[in-house]
Design a protein around this ligand. Sequence first.
Ligand SMILES: NC(=O)c1ccc[n+]([C@@H]2O[C@H](COP(=O)([O-])OP(=O)(O)OC[C@H]3O[C@@H](n4cnc5c(N)ncnc54)[C@H](OP(=O)(O)O)[C@@H]3O)[C@@H](O)[C@H]2O)c1
Length: 264
Amino acid sequence: MAELKGVALVTGASAGIGAAYATSLAARGYDLALVARDRSRLERSAAALRDAAGVAVEVLAADLSHPSDLRRVEDRLRHDDISVLVNNAGIAVPGRMVDMSPDALEAMLLLNVVASTRLARAVAPGFVARGRGDIINVGSVVGLNADRPGISAGYTASKAYLLALSEGLQSELGRAGVRVQAVLPGMTRTEIWGKAEIDIEAIAGDRLMDAEAMVEAALAGLELGERVTIPSLPDIADWAAFKAAREALAPNMSRSQPAPRYRP
Ligand SMILES: NC(=O)c1ccc[n+]([C@@H]2O[C@H](COP(=O)([O-])OP(=O)(O)OC[C@H]3O[C@@H](n4cnc5c(N)ncnc54)[C@H](OP(=O)(O)O)[C@@H]3O)[C@@H](O)[C@H]2O)c1
């Protein structure tokens, strides 16, 4: 008998990277719970996935930046049929913080940061109790290089947060059998660019990955045991070197005396 894979709940599943996760996870035999705001678009995707993969697909129309909708999705995640959470829904408000509406900035952080965190919080206790489960957080490579000119400081910071959240959660939950993966895509061909008023065609094709290839690589990374996956990074030793450089700071990051250069 085929192994029961359980339900993968994917946020932002109506388009781009989330839609690619839905397709790839369905092909691997997972039933799906698809989350986004646009119900009719989700229903169309759900029908196509049921036909193509023969899996059960439910639709949860929700605006994850609204507390009552978010609580509804949290409740769904507390059921013990859930085996995967893909925290993918995210927006990128363009421009410098000084030019950005504070409300737009807050809405981005509510979705990219608060919703992802609350959803992980909702699903984690069940995963720990069952000794298995996957939390996949879709960050971005921009979170690693926050000082480079990018889409916006708020967006970059939200993606850096997701990397830190993933690494911290992995250390809290890993021993209980829970896998937590941060996926850090580079530029990926999706609707997010148009929404941020950036012309995707102006980006060199050799720097732009298709969402389907990005997600297949990320799922391969998960199976390889990676806890941070950068789908385009050719040599994983480069990530190991980055981590080693960070760890080399550790012995000197908390001492009783300030460094000599700060002494009068
Ligand atoms: N594309 C890239 O180059 C790239 C690179 C690095 C990281 N990422 C990250 O990848 C993730 C997915 O991005 P994408 O490029 O696939 O974007 P996308 O094509 O714009 O898709 C975004 C998805 O999120 C949903 N969504 C947006 N606001 C929502 C809300 N308030 N509540 C619930 N769902 C919401 C959208 O559906 P509705 O509008 O129907 O809600 C849609 O399904 C994001 O976290 C993004 O930061 C993307």
